[in-house]
Design a protein. Structure first.
Length: 407
């Protein structure tokens, strides 16, 4: 690796080796494509995430031949979602007995990276400072002065993507930003893990509880607690992330009770704004995948599945570019395919964010879901990308929108 030249360091250079980048690298290596993945983090690393991988995401991992990774990371099964919303409770299960998995990102991302490396991907620890594309290839400029050149560039560098920014693909800032906090807790001995992801809807924030594995691989019962908050709530808590999260947990009686005698399993992390827009997800020989391509909100817990899906779509696009060299056609196909998987997700997620901002309506909708578990289950199928929004049914949509009076 030296100064930019016509020589390529690999057919594909990937900025960001989190879930999207590592999954892409693994899939490309399986096809015999040479790939270099650059990430600024020291792995294993923590990542602020609710860590609930929905059933479709679990299937995508299995499709990548990573089913054993789910078990090796101590993936904790959950069968649905349990809402507590201003005194109203609703439990919904995934259709056909499917389960999601609570997967500690520290373990999951490291495992997928290790698989990519053993398949022959080159992993580089460096920060990407700049990216550029030209008609023949693309270049990543690294913070150590090196330049990496590939025939195709993939930006998998998360929500604050340097690749997206360098290529002028940043979209506008969100009108109302939401922020997040996340921490793990070891529960007191004998405490049971939740079998659904629990969501406690508060005023201008929600708290999510996901069962996960302990960072040291012990069998201890550990939960991840993530808070998604409006800017005002996030700022009002002040102090360090752990103090902010403590304040929100203390105000949530059922969660505070669950955490009696629990000890933190690592520090609290924060991040935001959550909403990220991209003007485009492809530019010549460059593609954006995962959060780098855009993100709505963590309220629907689908980001990891989307990261895996967009990585899979990018494998096809890379293959087409390296194969027949028709860059524009491959980019157009990628744009269309990615829009198809993203559109329903974006509508549903933004709808839920708006609902969470309106407690009166949120209570009514949760009350309806509580009375109609089959409707809840169908909604979870849409959320999981297994059913198009159009197939949800107008009658179902109307019943949901009207809600029910909380008892
Ligand atoms: C609070 C919260 C809760 C969430 N809960 C869930 C959930 O329950 N279920 C779910 O499925 N999804 C959830 N998500 C979404 C999920 O975390 C993301 O969608 C997913 O991590 C996207 O993967 P990625 O690989 O695109 O990005 P990331 O996982 O962010 O990986 C990007 C990588 O790029 C690297 N990088 C960034 N910039 C550079 C640079 N300049 N140079 C080199 N490397 C760089 C980073 O170090 C990182 O390793 C949640 C997100 C948040 C914020």
């Amino acid at each position: 690796m030296g100064a930019p030249s016509c020589a390529f360091d690999a057919e594909v250079v990937v900025a960001g080796g989190g879930l999207a980048g590592a999954a892409l690298a693994l899939a490309l290596r399986r096809q015999g494509t040479s790939v270099v993945v650059v990430d600024k983090a020291d792995f294993p690393r923590e990542k602020p995430c609710g860590e609930g991988l929905l059933p479709h995401g679990v299937a995508l991992l299995q499709g990548l031949g990573l089913g054993d990774v789910v078990d090796a990371c101590g993936g904790r099964p959950f069968r649905g979602i349990l809402y507590h919303c201003h005194g109203v409770v609703a439990a919904g299960d995934f259709a056909h007995g499917a389960t999601g998995r609570g997967l500690r990102r520290r373990l999951l991302d490291e495992s997928v990276r290790a698989r990519a490396a053993s398949a022959g991907a080159t992993l580089v620890r460096a920060r990407v400072d700049r990216a550029s594309v030209d008609p023949d290839g693309a270049t990543l400029m690294l913070d150590d002065g090196r330049a990496l050149r590939g025939r195709v560039l993939v930006g998998a560098d998360g929500p604050r993507s340097t690749v997206r920014h360098s290529l002028g693909l940043d979209g506008g800032a969100p009108r109302r930003a939401r922020f997040a906090l996340r921490r793990h807790y070891r529960l007191r001995p004998g405490a049971a893990l939740p079998d659904r992801v629990e969501v406690h809807v508060g005023h201008h924030h929600e708290l999510y509880v996901t069962p996960v594995a302990a960072a040291d691989g012990s069998g201890d019962a550990v939960i991840g607690v993530a808070a998604l908050c409006e800017r005002a709530v996030f700022a009002a808590q002040g102090g360090r992330p752990d103090e902010r999260l403590d304040a929100l947990v203390a105000a949530c009686a059922p969660l505070a009770a669950r955490l009696q005698g629990a000890v933190p399993d690592g520090p609290a992390l924060s991040c935001g704004p959550l909403r990220v827009r991209a003007r485009d997800v492809a530019q010549g020989r460059a593609l954006l995948i995962g959060d780098a391509a855009g993100y709505v909100d963590a309220i629907t817990g689908e980001g990891m599945s989307l990261a895996l899906q967009t990585a899979r779509l990018a494998v096809d696009a890379v293959g087409a570019i390296l194969g027949d060299g028709d860059v524009d056609a491959a980019a157009a196909r990628y744009r269309r395919a990615r829009a198809v998987v993203f559109r329903d997700h974006a509508v549903l997620t933004q709808g839920l964010v708006e609902l969470a901002r309106r407690p009166f309506f949120a209570r009514r909708v949760i009350a309806r879901l509580g009375r109609e578990p089959a409707l809840f289950s169908r909604l979870l199928q849409v959320n999981d990308g297994q059913l198009p929004l159009t197939a949800f049914g107008l009658g179902n949509l109307a019943r949901l929108a009207l809600g029910a009076s909380p008892r």
